[in-house]
Design a protein around this ligand. Structure first.
Ligand code: ADQ
Length: 460
């Protein structure tokens, strides 16, 4: 059997029994355990001098191959071009794009350097699966090293409409590099369509689509395939975690401090794409207009800060602290704080158990490739008494979880109405919606995602 080589910006730290983090890490690690193989990427260390080489660690059939980045590479490749140029552009925020040609050069240089580190470890029949926007030039860089293996790419974030992509300087070079992969995977059909549009309208390429098969693309003198593979979770494992965690300390504290009030809950990385400001305002609108809800519902927002060395992330953090302070100052009573806003990470079992306690999961990104939190919230519910998911139409997950209450995250009144409907929804309707979504999550779990992608990558 051929080995699977996973390449991602970060290699998830492995604890006993598997990675601690969410969907991608769990799904990838599982695939690796089954086929055997290697996971290659940045160790997360920022070094003061060039690392001596790759650090290899064996865990059963899986080899973890990690390497540190020097400060300049981290600044240009990771903080700069990946997170201050590509991330805002791909999340439809051209107003937040920062571009510096040295950062772009650094991004390409680090891709070439990483490819040169990996190339000597490869065998001829390895299958290589590269993940996410940090590594768009990676296949081109491997090809330059003489690597002939199949190389696939999965984009975890949205693919923007061509008119947005045009605002990224060097977009054409980037897309040419992207077309060096053999197979491109996107989260949803609209992302795939946006890519095909770019190829047809901006790159003078050709796109052939035939039913449900991957699209065949010819562009920049290369041929490749592209399709949508929505990433999933393992819903039954999350359900079991949530049930087991019910008696845990954190859950008991939350329950005790709620005093029978209903709980609305959100969990996100602190990111401007997640729509947190609009969400806080929608909750304010609910308690402002609906006097029954006031003092009868609490909103728990868990949002650990990320990428805090990028300006736009500092700004959103300050804005959210101001908003939650303003809303709490205005509505809090001696025994009730409307919004609990917490900046920390929680273990997966704790999050799952908290999701199960929440009457409403409020997941309202302005743009999101998929949004695994939406899928985790549904998975964690008690089948006999499930909560209600309120979900943004701009999360990739909204295409599958159509039984959620779907909202436009820019429509504050619409979100407040959906919250009110969710908090008063009769049990029969909650169950029907939950059953439908759970079925969908089981039918497209993370193994299905991975197997479909790898089947198409290996296809002749
Ligand atoms: P993210 O933007 O990080 O992922 P998401 O899909 O919601 O967004 O995944 C976050 C993961 O981190 C979830 O598993 C969640 O449980 C976990 N998490 C979040 N906050 C946490 C906290 N405070 N403590 C512990 N765990 C926490 C990117 C794309 C998404 C896409 C995924 C996977 O932006 O659109 O769904 O990759 O492809």
């Amino acid at each position: 059997m051929s080995r699977l080589i996973i390449v991602s910006n970060r290699v998830a730290p492995i604890s006993e029994g598997g990675p601690a983090a969410g969907g991608l890490a769990v799904g990838v690690y599982d695939a690796l355990r089954e086929t055997g193989g290697m996971w290659f990427g940045w160790s997360g260390d920022v070094l003061s001098s060039v690392p001596e080489g790759i650090k290899l660690e064996e865990h059963g059939p899986v080899t973890f191959a990690t390497i540190g980045l020097v400060r300049r590479d981290y600044d240009q490749y990771y903080r700069g071009f990946s997170n201050a140029t590509l991330w805002p552009a791909f999340h439809y925020r051209p107003d937040l794009i920062e571009f510096d040609r040295h950062e772009y050069d650094g991004y390409c240089r680090v891709n070439r350097w990483l490819a040169a580190q990996l190339a000597p470890l490869l065998r001829p029949d390895d299958v290589i699966w590269v993940h996410d926007y940090h590594l768009i030039p990676f296949a081109q860089a491997l090809r330059a090293q003489g690597v002939k293996n199949r190389i696939g790419f999965f984009l975890h974030i949205p693919f923007p409409a061509p008119q947005i992509l045009l605002s990224v300087p060097r977009h054409q070079q980037l897309m040419e590099a992207l077309c060096s992969f053999d197979l491109l995977g996107f989260q949803t059909e609209p992302d795939l369509r946006a890519f095909c549009d770019y190829i047809a309208t901006e790159a003078g390429g050709a796109v052939r689509r035939d039913g449900t098969k991957p699209a065949e693309i010819r562009a920049f003198g290369q041929t490749l395939r592209a399709a949508a593979y929505p990433i999933g979770v393992y819903p039954d494992e999350i359900a079991a975690l949530a049930k087991d965690g019910a008696s845990g300390r954190d859950v008991q504290i939350v329950k005790a401090t709620l005093h029978e009030r209903k709980l609305v809950m959100s969990v996100d990385r602190l990111d401007y794409s997640k729509g947190l400001v609009e969400r806080f305002r929608a909750f304010e609108r609910l308690i402002e207009h609906d006097s029954h809800q006031r003092n009868n519902v609490s909103f728990l927002q868990i949002a650990p800060p990320t990428r805090s060395d990028v300006d736009a992330y500092r700004d959103i953090r300050l804005q959210l602290e101001a908003e939650s302070g303003r809303i709490n100052g205005r509505y809090a009573e001696l025994d009730w704080t409307p919004i609990r806003y917490i900046h920390r990470q929680y273990e997966r079992p704790v999050l799952a158990a908290l999701f199960r306690e929440a009457h409403v999961g409020l997941v309202t990104p302005l743009r999101d490739g998929m949004n695994l939190v939406a899928k985790e919230y549904v998975s964690a519910q008690d089948p006999d008494d499930p909560g209600v998911l309120v979900l943004s139409q701009f999360a990739g997950a909204a295409r599958e979880l159509t039984a959620a209450l779907i909202v436009n995250p820019l429509d504050i009144d619409g979100m407040a109405d959906a919250l009110a409907a969710a908090l008063t929804m009769p049990l029969a309707e909650r169950r029907a919606r939950y059953d439908e979504m759970m079925q969908q999550l089981r039918d497209n779990n993370v193994s299905v995602w991975r197997d479909n992608f790898l089947r198409d990558l290996k296809a002749p």
